[in-house]
Design a protein around this ligand. Structure first.
Ligand SMILES: Nc1nc2c(c(=O)[nH]1)N[C@H]1C(S)=C(S)[C@@H](COP(=O)(O)OP(=O)(O)OC[C@H]3O[C@@H](n4cnc5c(N)ncnc54)[C@H](O)[C@@H]3O)O[C@H]1N2
Ligand code: MOO
Length: 410
C-alpha cells in the first residue's frame, strides 16, 4: 500500500536516469564489412556513390524501340522492323537506336539512346533478325530511369539506421563494401541467488533453474548489445565485489538481476550499496519496483529485480530504450498503439502497470495475472499493456496503450 513515506521515483524519472547513465556506456564506432553488418546500427550518413537505378534500363524482356515507329502497331496492322542489336543485361557498349530499327533487350540491360519505349516480347513474334510487333505499350513504358529511386550523392541511409535485410541490400546497391557502425556495448549479465542452478543439472529441494541470465542476455543481444553472462552464487559481499571487479574490465555495462529487495541476503544491494556509487530506489511501477543504477569502478551498472517477469519487464521499460538510444538508433522505443481490452482489468493505485498481453490485431487479451513469477505466461505474451498510475480498474472494451514487444503478430 502506498503511504506518504513510501516515496517512489516515477517510471519516466527512472527511464531518464538509466538513459543518462547508458549514454556514457556508448563504446564508439567501428568499420565492418557489409557481410558482417546485419543488425548493426549505422554510425554515418551513408551517401549514394551512384544513382539508383545506376543507368536507365529495361523493366521487361522485349524490344527497345522508338514510340514513333511502334506506337500504332496492332494485330490488324502489325509493324515489322529490323532488329539492329541484341542487348543482354551486362552489355556495356550499347549503340544508339537508329530510327526504323529496334534493339532486342533483356530486363536490366541499358536502354539505348533514342529508345523511348520497351515492347515486351509477348507483344511480338520474338524475331531476332526482324520482329513483328502486334501492339505497343504507352510511350515511355517499361523504362526504369537512372536516379528515379535515389539520386547520386544523397543520403541513402541516415546514421542511426538499424541495418536489416533491406537496408543491407540498399548499402550494397550503392556499392558499399563496408560501413561505419556503432560498436556493440558489451554487457555483463550477472545473476545472483543461491537457489539457482544451471539448466541441465538435477534440482535439489529448494533449487530452481537459473533463467534470468538467458532471458536478459538474449534481450541485450536483440537490443544491439553484446552480452556475456555470469552466475554468481553468493558467499559474501567481498567475494561478490572481487568477482564483479575482475569481470568488469571488458564491460561497458553491468546488468544484474536479483538481490535488491528487502531480504536478509541481498548480495547485490549490500555489495554495491556500500560503494556509494549505486542508488537503490523504488520505482512507481509494477512489476519491477526495486531498481538500482550507478557505477562500479566507473562502469555503468543497472540492477534489476530477480523475479523473472520483473527482470524482463524492467529491461523492456528502462534498459532497452536507453541501450538503443546510446547506440544512436533513430527509433529506440517499441512500436506502440492503442487497442480495446478483451476483458476487464484492475491495477494498483500509484503504479504504472505493465501487464502481459496478446494482441490479435483487433483487441488485446491479458495473458495471466500480474504475478511477477509467471514465466510461462510471459513467454506467451507478445505485448505489454500499459495501465497508467491513476487507473485502478478498466472495463472490457476500454482502449489501452500497448507496446508491441518482439514477436508481436508473429
Ligand atoms: N518485504 C519485501 N519483499 C519483497 C519486496 C518488498 O518491497 N518488500 N519486493 C518484492 C518485489 S516487487 C520483487 S520484484 C522482488 C525482488 O527481489 P530480488 O531482486 O531481491 O530478487 P530475489 O529475491 O533474488 O529473487 C526474487 C525471485 O526471483 C527468483 N529469481 C531470482 N533470480 C533468478 C534467476 N536468475 N533465474 C530465475 N529466477 C530467479 C528467485 O528465486 C525469487 O523467487 O522482491 C519482492 N520481495
Ligand atoms: O514489482 Mo516486483 O518487481 O515484480 O514483483
Amino acid at each position: 500500500m502506498s503511504t506518504p513515506t513510501d516515496h517512489r521515483r516515477t517510471v519516466d524519472e527512472h527511464r531518464a536516469v538509466v538513459a543518462r547513465l547508458l549514454a556514457s556506456a556508448s563504446p564508439g564506432t567501428e568499420e565492418v564489412p557489409l557481410t558482417a553488418a546485419a543488425g548493426r546500427v549505422l554510425a554515418e550518413d551513408l551517401a549514394a556513390a551512384v544513382p539508383l537505378p545506376v543507368f536507365t534500363n529495361s523493366a521487361m524482356d522485349g524490344y527497345a524501340a522508338r514510340w514513333a515507329d511502334v506506337g500504332a502497331a496492332s494485330a490488324s496492322a502489325p509493324v515489322r522492323l529490323p532488329v539492329a542489336e541484341d542487348l543482354p543485361a551486362g552489355r556495356t557498349d550499347v549503340p544508339p537506336l537508329a530510327p526504323g530499327t529496334v534493339h532486342r533487350i533483356m530486363t536490366g540491360a541499358p536502354v539505348p539512346e533514342g529508345a523511348d519505349v520497351v515492347v515486351p516480347v509477348e507483344e511480338t513474334d520474338g524475331g531476332t533478325g526482324t520482329v513483328v510487333i502486334t501492339s505497343s505499350p504507352a510511350a515511355g513504358a517499361y523504362l526504369r530511369h537512372a536516379g528515379e529511386d535515389l539520386a547520386a550523392g544523397v543520403v541513402a541511409l541516415p546514421a542511426g539506421t538499424v541495418l536489416g535485410p533491406s537496408q543491407l541490400g540498399l548499402a550494397a546497391s550503392v556499392g558499399r563494401a563496408s560501413v561505419l557502425v556503432a560498436r556493440r556495448p558489451r554487457v555483463l549479465v550477472l545473476s545472483t541467488g543461491s537457489e539457482l542452478v544451471a539448466p541441465g543439472t538435477p534440482l535439489a529441494p529448494g533449487q530452481i533453474y537459473e533463467s534470468n541470465s538467458l532471458l536478459l542476455a538474449a534481450a541485450v543481444d536483440a537490443a544491439g548489445g553484446e552480452a556475456r553472462t555470469l552466475h554468481f552464487v553468493p558467499d559474501d559481499v567481498d567475494q561478490f565485489l572481487a568477482t564483479v571487479r575482475a569481470e568488469l574490465a571488458d564491460a561497458d555495462l553491468l546488468l544484474t538481476s536479483g538481490g535488491v529487495s528487502m531480504g536478509a541476503y541481498e548480495v547485490v544491494k549490500d555489495a554495491l550499496g556500500a560503494l556509494g556509487t549505486v542508488d537503490f530506489v523504488k520505482v512507481a511501477v509494477q512489476p519491477g519496483g526495486p531498481q538500482g543504477s550507478g557505477t562500479v569502478d566507473g562502469v555503468p551498472v543497472v540492477t534489476l529485480p530477480g523475479n523473472p517477469v520483473s527482470s524482463s519487464v524492467s529491461f523492456e521499460v528502462f534498459v532497452r530504450p536507453a541501450l538503443r538510444r546510446a547506440l544512436g538508433i533513430r527509433q529506440p522505443e517499441r512500436l506502440s498503439t492503442t487497442a480495446p481490452l478483451a476483458g476487464p482489468l484492475t491495477s494498483p493505485a500509484g503504479r504504472r502497470q505493465y501487464l502481459r498481453g496478446s494482441f490479435d490485431g483487433a483487441q488485446v487479451s491479458l495473458v495471466g495475472g500480474p504475478g511477477s513469477h509467471l514465466v510461462a505466461h510471459l513467454a506467451r505474451a507478445d505485448c505489454l499493456v500499459v495501465v497508467p498510475e491513476d487507473v485502478t480498474s478498466l472495463p472490457a472494451g476500454s482502449e489501452v496503450q500497448i507496446l508491441l514487444v518482439e514477436g508481436a503478430l508473429r
